[in-house]
Design a protein around this ligand. Structure first.
Ligand SMILES: Nc1ncnc2c1ncn2[C@@H]1O[C@H](COP(=O)(O)OP(=O)(O)O)[C@@H](O)[C@H]1O
Ligand SMILES: [Mg+2]
Length: 362
């Protein structure tokens, strides 16, 4: 066992990566602004590095208030090269906090860059990030571990035979209505609820415009319960929360408009259900190689199959009003302490792995 070096003894240069090329650019900016507000200036030199919607990295990027409350990445920062920004600094220990949601941020691509740069970073590594971002692969892994989930069909958009036989497969294997999703997005982008075979081709076409791999899933009648996990080798689970959508399902507008879904923390659940949510959250996250943090989302089919794992988000929304930080606040870990814990976990993993690289296997 490698001792975790008292990780917060040194001054930390905290590089907050935000913005990004996905549909979740804006919510990422809000998360980053919250961390900038909350990080203790005695401990952290925070270096915000924005990634513009077209993928350019800009340092000292300003967050500007747009109309309303949504900060946006100002296009006025100085363009920088990623690797020098991530290089070690002689004065402080560098830790990167990627707060990028969706493709090109949460999917292992940025994590691969951070691995190449040899820098400590918060959250799940390459494999776990990629698995959790791909809903089809995640389902295969969860099934292998015997974890409960909705019935589903995975198909490739170019496989004409699968597309042609899909209505019949839904009739036989799933029943209507179904949800059609691209395998690799977030924020409900490209997702449709389909009640009738006649509407299936359009939903498949829409999902196929976002990804080559698609998922068709039975629609679950149930509550939406979410549970945070925190830790490295041993994940801890938070108190569960509940999403109460205001629309037909928890769609993009419902997620990001003020009048949208209600977040209830803690969720009103019996004690034994809470224990089961937490057990399944840790099991699902462990199976999917989560490290540091994640939010595990469930459907709760009361009176039916009970809890079904829906998906695991490795970079959950991170404003103080977001579900993940609220779950930890309700579990006794307030926002700024959550940042400290995540930084400590990043350093612990980095030290452990650095000690291993290049060591001969025994
Ligand atoms: N099988 C399903 N049954 C019922 N509702 C679903 C199903 N799949 C998705 N939804 C609804 O759509 C929302 C978004 O789907 P989700 O799979 O969580 O994708 P995303 O990664 O975009 O959040 C869910 O929060 C839920 O409201
Ligand atoms: Mg979701």
């Amino acid at each position: 066992m490698v001792e975790a070096t008292s990780p917060l003894a040194d001054r930390i240069r905290l590089v907050v990566l935000f913005g990004g090329r996905s549909a979740e650019h804006e919510v990422s900016c809000v998360s980053a602004a919250s961390v900038l507000d909350a990080a203790d200036p005695e401990r952290y030199d925070v270096l915000p590095v924005g990634i513009t919607a077209d993928g350019r990295w800009v340092s000292a990027a300003a967050l500007v208030e747009r109309s309303g409350a949504t900060p946006e990445l100002a296009a006025v920062g100085t363009q920088v090269d990623p690797l020098p920004v991530l290089a070690p600094s002689p004065e402080a220990t560098t830790v990167v906090l990627p707060l990028l949601h969706g493709p090109f941020g949460e999917d292992g691509t940025v994590q691969g860059l951070l691995e190449q740069a040899g820098v400590a970073y918060v959250g799940t590594g390459v494999l776990g990030s990629a698995l959790c971002m791909d809903k089809a692969m995640a389902k295969e892994v969860l099934a292998h571990h015997g974890l409960p989930q909705a019935r589903h069909v995975v198909l490739n958009a170019f496989d004409e035979d699968s597309r042609g036989g899909l209505v019949r497969r839904v009739d036989i294997e799933l029943g209507w209505p179904v949800f059609v999703k691209p395998a690799n997005l977030g924020s409900s982008v490209g997702i449709s609820r389909v009640s009738d075979g006649a509407d299936l081709p359009a939903a498949v076409e829409l999902a196929a415009s976002y990804d080559d791999w698609l998922l068709v899933e039975e629609a679950i009648e149930g509550r939406e319960i979410e549970c945070g996990v925190l830790g490295n080798a041993e994940l801890e689970a938070s108190v569960p929360g509940e999403i109460v959508p205001s629309a037909e399902f928890y769609d993009f507008d419902d997620k990001y408009s003020d009048s949208g879904a209600e977040l209830v923390v803690p969720a009103a659940l019996p004690g034994d259900t809470v224990t089961e949510v937490q057990r399944l959250a840790v099991a699902a996250a462990t199976a999917l190689r989560v490290e540091g943090m994640a939010r595990v989302d469930f459907f709760f089919e009361e009176g039916g199959r009970g809890l079904l794992v829906n998906e695991v988000n490795t970079i959950p929304g991170f404003t103080p009003r977001s579900m993940y930080p609220r779950q930890w606040a309700a579990s006794g870990v307030p926002y700024s302490e959550l940042v400290d814990r995540l930084v400590a976990l990043a350093l612990e993993r980095h030290a452990r792995r650095a000690g291993r690289i290049g060591r001969p296997r025994t």
